[in-house]
Structures are given as structure tokens and as C-alpha cells.
Design a protein around this ligand. Structure first.
Ligand code: GLA
Length: 681
């Protein structure tokens, strides 16, 4: 049946809903529109076999369900939703707005995004829409309204999936519509143009604005651009897409009591959206994560991203909305997963707080640009190793159902801020070899090497309850955020701050009087000059430790000097310091220590704070993370990344193998074990 858009009959829905699921969810994107109907029934039957119980549909459905403007055809989607309900598979229903149908951009080419050099980004791929386009907003919300009204009470509906990876390709648009929206955003933020001029420091290079109408997005320039303008454009762009999420969500909530989410991209290579600001607007945080083999250590990045997703979720359980059974299709060389790796990666996310493990996608496509992306059902069909591993994963996740709802336990926090990411990786900095995520990951890897679990949290997160707070390269910091770190230390906490922290305020204006500005007094160090070195150069400290990238000409003002630069431009000056402050202590490292030396330093800092470490277990390749339920039950996840069996003293019940453990637990090489601890009597 083809229906025409009916007038809105919005009812007043509850403001917020909770996502509940029986146990740990196992799911995927399902794109039945790519397949003949005859395949659909086999699909749902196989889903049941594998234990797949949460399926994302209609994610890229727009051109199917609205083939012509205002004409909706839900026949196929009706059948798909009914089929899911019939088979007891829950739907994670896409609003379908992720990618525009050709009729929209043909009729309204002004919807198309424009790159910083003024060139249009054409349809033919996906997500070719400007986040500020009023036409896109109107047409997309009209679609959401139809979908919400039709399926808002459908028995299969478990969760709404707004759009898809908002901002994956189109986060930054420089068109005239975006320029006007940017000006509106700036007017709201600054009120008058004088305040904008002050915030951006526009006396520099004759950039002073007379009115807001003269302001543009930071389009391609001959020289480098105003950093304040670039930073605000990042903030604006994140807010603009958040506006789309909020608008779609408002329509959904008006017609449906089901919870709402969207898939975030907390990962290394996407940096445009400040998910700490987004998270309060979804009912459950969901994240997509793919191993990035362009990185030196993809597994550490996986653990970090999972911990950061949990931080974004405020510590609450979250959903892994997408990862892959094997190779992706978008890296230069797309590596397959080794035997057991998919299960290991999946359970690493569960260990770190995920209550669901989902994949892109159910069945590998035969056409389109993702046809060589892995799937649960590969091109080879079910007579394949990948499918057998999918069955094994499904069975394993079933046995882990009891951990759903529990929370990860951590004594250590790492502060992470998208604004620092934007600023540190900007133009005209002391060294472009210093990349924000790399420095945060280096600190994280050092803590991981000590075998401790880390919460990765916003610079404005509450710090009470932690024993150690690590502040890596937190360049842009607000006064109150720096004050919270100082209070944490005064009250008995231990802080480790790494170089290029505390430098600028929220306008990206440098804090005067010596670096590291906002943390100078707490650390008892005053830096007169930062002195980066060439990427290949090695710096030596008088302790024999080695470092790279960075040194500082500084003096200790109240801190104990634990190591000095032995060579390089800051020879003789402090490299590692510690200052006792109040009941706690504040450590500073003024360079990028090589990994083993940074791990060693992390060990000393953790010992200083009395945090139990297990570097031997970490060195054996085993990650250990504890989740605890409100009723006191605890589960220890042990992920063995090595090829060697590791034995540990343990007592309780092991869920993966379904066996009691009395004394010793062996975690075979490449395997994962989840021990329900015996309650302490
Ligand atoms: C993202 C998208 C999916 C798909 C996968 C491929 O996660 O959301 O639609 O493109 O990447 O890895």
C-alpha cells in the first residue's frame, strides 16, 4: 500500500524511556531490501539459530520508504517488522534519514554539503546533506514522523536508531546556509560582536569584525586560519548535528514510548562530535568501533574507546552498535581477524561495560561499495569459519546474560576532552608531531601495562571516588576544571599531568605567567619555553630514561625533581617532578617518555596512590576488568591476547566454559574467561 503523508496526530509521550533487554544483546544491521524476499525467512531463521536478538533495520531506507516526495510505501518494512516480531527478534528501528534519496538533492541541490575549498560534495555516496539545511530538516522530520507513527507501538520495536553515525562524513559543512547558521550560533554565544572579537583575538592580522554578518566559516585560506574561529566552528558543527538528533528524537518521543539512541563513533579517526555533550540526549549510549590497523596497537585503542564510551555514558552500561566479524572495506589493506579474535574483541567491549554486541552487517552485500565488508553471513554462506564463530559468540553471550546491568570498577580516571583534541591538532602549534589522541593513548597504554582499569571521563566529570587522575595533554582547560583537579589532590588524590596541559582557556587564549598555565601552581613547575625536538630524535634523562618529541625549559617551584633532561634543548631542566599538595601529590612529566619508561612512571604514580597493580599479568597479555552489580555480585573478565595459556588463582564460577573454579583458573591463549566471584562470607 502506498500512503500519502497524513497530518500529525502527535500524542504526548513520556520524556525519557529506558532501554531494557533480557541479558546481553546480540545484534546486527539487517538490510533485507538488498535481498530477494525468499532470503528473508532464511535470515530470521538463522538469526534464531545464532541467538541474534536485536536487529537494526531501515537505517538507509529513505529512498525505499519514500520513493517520491510525500509518498510513502511501507509494505516491505511492514513485512520485515512483522517477520521480526513473529520470530522474537527485537527491532532497533532506523529513522531512515541517514542518506538522502536522489529526488531530494535533485529538487533541492542546496541540501548538498560544501567542503572548505568551496567545492560541492555530490550525491552518489552517502550522507550528502548539510547539517544546517532547513530543507533537509523539514524533509527528514516528515519521514521520521511517518515512521514513528507507523511503528511507534509495533511489537517488534525495542529501540529507535536515529539516522546513522551522524557526522561520519558531513560534520563540517562550509556552504552559505552553514555560514548563516554559524553566525546565529555565534550571536547566541557572544551576544555582541565585541565579545566575539575579544574571544577570537581578532586584532591579530586585521581580522576585527564590525558586524556578525561579516563572519564566515573557516573556509580554505591562503595562510593559516584564526584558531578561535576554527575552534568555535568545531563546537558549532557538533551542536548543529546534535540539533538533528534532538529534532528527530522529539518527533519519535511524541509518537512512541520506545527508547532512543544513535550510533556514536568514539574512535581514533573521527573527531568532530563532542559526545559528552550528546550523551544526555539519548536514552542509551551506543557506539560503533572498528579495529584500525593503521595504528601501531589497535587493541589498546579498542580498550580505550570502550572505556571512553563508558565515560560518555556516565559509567552506565552501553551498546556496541557495530563492529565487524572480520575485515572492513575502508582501510588501505583490510586485515581479517584471527581465530577467536572476534569473540575476544566482543567480550573486551562487554568487559568494559557494553550490554550488547552488534555488528555491521547481517549478510554480506553483493553490490554497493561495502560488498567486501565482512558480515555475520559471509559470501561463502554458513559453511564457513566466520559463521561458526558467530554461533559460538551467540552461545557465549547467552551465558553472560547475568552481567547485564552491572558496572565497571575503576580507581583511575583519565581526563579526555574533544575541545583539546580540536585545539592540539590544529594549525600553527609548536609541533605537529604532537597529536592529542596519541598522547592520551600513550598515557592509557602505560596504565594498561600496569594492569589497572581506567575510566576515561570528561574534564568536568566528578573526580571523587578515584585515587589517581591522569591528565594527558589537556591543552584547553577551564578554570573550574583545573580547580577540580587541584581540589582532588588537596583531598588526598594523586594526579599525573603530562606535557602540553593547562596551556589555554576555553577561548584557546594562552594562560600567562609560564606553562603549564592552569596547572602551574598545583604542579610546582614553571615552564618558560617549550622546546619540541624532531620526531626521530631521542632525548635522554639523567635517570637513563628515554623520551621523544618534546622538552621544556623550566624550573621547579616547590616540586621535587625526579629526573632532568640530560641532553637536548632543555638539558639540565626538570623532566619529571612530584609535588606534595595537601593530602595528595601532583606529578608532572614534561616530555613524551618512551612506552616502557612511561609505563614505569605510571607504576610509581599508582604505587604512590596505593592502587593495586598487576604488571606481570598485563605483560603476559591478559586484560583484567571487573564488573559489579548493585547487589554485590562481581564478575572478573580475563581477556588473553597472547598465544600462551595463563593460570591464575581463582574461585567461583566461570561463565564461558560453564564450570566451577576452585583454586586455579586457566585462560587459554587467545581466549576469554569470565569468573563470577564467590561472594565473600
Ligand atoms: C559504519 C556505518 C555502517 C558501515 C560500516 C562499515 O559503521 O555505520 O553503515 O558503513 O561503517 O564499517
Amino acid at each position: 500500500m502506498t500512503t500519502t503523508a497524513a497530518p500529525s496526530t502527535a500524542r504526548t509521550g513520556p520524556a525519557r524511556a529506558t532501554f531494557t533487554h533480557p541479558g546481553v544483546a546480540f545484534g546486527c544491521d539487517w538490510n533485507p531490501e538488498q535481498w530477494d524476499r525468499s532470503v528473508w525467512r532464511e535470515d530470521v531463521r538463522l538469526m534464531r539459530d545464532a541467538g541474534v536478538d536485536l536487529v537494526a533495520v531501515n537505517v538507509f531506507g529513505w529512498s525505499q520508504v519514500e520513493p517520491r516526495p510525500g509518498e510513502y510505501d511501507f509494505r516491505d518494512l511492514d513485512e520485515v517488522m512483522d517477520l521480526l516480531a513473529e520470530h522474537g527478534v527485537r527491532a532497533n528501528l532506523g529513522t531512515g534519514t541517514a542518506s538522502t534519496p536522489p529526488w531530494l538533492t535533485t529538487r533541492h541541490p542546496e541540501v548538498l554539503p560544501v567542503a572548505e575549498d568551496g567545492t560541492t560534495r555530490w550525491p552518489g555516496g552517502r550522507q550528502a546533506w548539510c547539517p544546517s539545511s532547513p530543507v533537509f530538516r523539514e524533509r527528514s522530520l516528515a519521514l521520521v514522523e511517518q515512521v514513528a507513527r507507523r511503528y511507534g507501538d509495533h511489537p517488534a520495536l525495542a529501540l529507535w536508531h536515529v539516522s546513522n553515525e551522524l557526522g561520519c562524513h558531513n560534520a563540517l559543512c562550509y556552504c552559505d546556509t552553514s555560514a548563516a547558521a554559524f553566525r546565529r550560533w555565534l550571536r547566541d554565544r557572544y551576544g555582541d560582536v565585541g565579545a566575539l572579537n575579544a574571544a577570537w583575538g581578532t586584532t591579530f592580522w586585521s581580522q576585527r569584525y564590525g558586524t556578525f554578518d561579516e563572519v564566515l566559516p573557516p573556509r580554505a585560506t591562503l595562510s593559516t586560519r584564526n584558531p578561535g574561529q576554527v575552534l568555535d566552528f568545531q563546537r558549532f558543527s557538533s551542536d548543529e548535528l546534535l540539533g538533528q538528533l534532538r529534532a528527530e528524537t522529539a518527533v519519535l518521543r511524541a509518537h512512541s514510548a520506545a527508547p532512543v539512541t544513535t550510533n556514536f563513533m568514539v574512535t581514533d579517526h573521527i573527531r568532530d562530535l563532542d559526545y559528552f555533550a550528546w550523551a544526555p540526549h539519548v536514552d542509551v549510549v551506543a557506539n560503533d568501533h572498528y579495529l584500525d590497523h593503521r595504528l601501531a596497537d589497535p587493541t589498546t585503542e579498542l580498550a580505550f574507546s570502550a572505556d571512553l564510551t563508558r565515560g560518555v555514558a556516565g559509567g552506565a552500561p552501553w551498546l556496541l552498535m557495530e563492529h565487524s566479524t572480520g575485515a572492513v572495506n575502508w582501510q588501505p589493506v583490510n586485515l581479517v581477524k584471527g581465530p577467536g579474535e572476534m569473540l575476544r574483541n566482543s567480550l573486551t567491549h562487554v568487559a568494559r561495560g557494553a550490554d550488547g554486541v552488534c555488528f555491521f552487517q547481517w549478510r554480506a552485500s553483493t553490490q554497493g561499495s561495502e560488498k567486501f565488508h565482512s558480515a555475520l553471513v559471509p559470501h561463502a554462506g554458513t559453511a564457513s569459519r566466520q559463521w561458526r564463530e558467530v554461533l559460538e559468540l551467540g552461545a557465549t553471550l547467552d551465558r553472560l546474560d547475568e552481567v547485564a546491568g552491572s558496572r565497571v570498577q575503576a580507581d583511575v580516571a583519565v581526563l579526555f576532552g574533544w575541545e583539546s583534541w580540536w585545539a592540539v591538532d590544529g594549525e600553527n602549534v609548536p609541533s605537529t608531531a604532537v597529536r592529542y589522541r596519541e598522547q592520551v593513548l600513550a598515557a592509557y597504554a602505560a596504565l594498561r601495562a600496569q594492569g589497572v582499569t581506567v575510566d576515561v571521563v570528561s574534564p568536568s566529570a566528578p573526580l571523587d571516588g578515584y585515587r589517581v587522575v591522569v591528565v594527558p595533554a589537556l591543552y584547553l582547560v577551564r578554570d573550574e576544571e583545573a580547580a577540580a583537579v587541584a581540589r582532588f589532590v588537596e583531598a588526598g588524590g594523586t594526579a599525573l599531568v603530562t606535557f602540553w596541559s593547562g596551556i589555554a582557556d576555553e577561548r584557546d587564549a594562552v594562560r600567562l605567567g609560564g606553562y603549564p598555565g592552569a596547572f602551574r601552581d598545583l604542579l610546582g613547575v614553571r615552564v618558560e619555553e617549550v622546546a619540541p625536538v624532531l620526531p626521530g630524535d631521542v632525548l635522554t634523562l639523567d635517570t637513563g630514561q628515554r623520551a621523544r618529541l618534546w622538552s621544556e625549559r623550566s624550573e621547579a617551584v616547590g616540586a621535587d625533581v625526579l629526573a632532568r633532561f640530560a641532553d637536548g634543548p632543555a638539558a639540565g631542566d626538570p623532566a619529571i617532578t612530584r609535588r606534595a599538595a595537601g593530602l595528595g601529590s601532583a606529578w608532572y612529566v614534561a616530555t613524551a617518555l618512551e612506552a616502557p619508561d612511561l609505563a614505569d612512571l605510571a607504576g610509581r604514580v599508582l604505587a604512590d596512590a596505593g592502587v593495586a597493580t598487576d604488571p606481570a599479568l598485563a605483560a603476559a597479555g591478559v586484560e583484567r576488568v571487573v564488573r559489579a552489580a548493585a547487589d554485590g555480585r562481581r564478575w572478573t573478565f580475563l581477556v588473553n591476547h597472547s598465544t600462551t595459556d595463563v593460570a591464575l588463582p581463582a574461585r567461583g564460577y566461570e561463565l564461558v566454559t560453564d564450570t566451577a573454579v576452585a583454586g586455579e583458573l586457566v585462560v587459554p591463549g587467545g581466549a576469554v574467561r569470565v569468573l563470577r566471584e564467590e561472594p565473600v562470607r
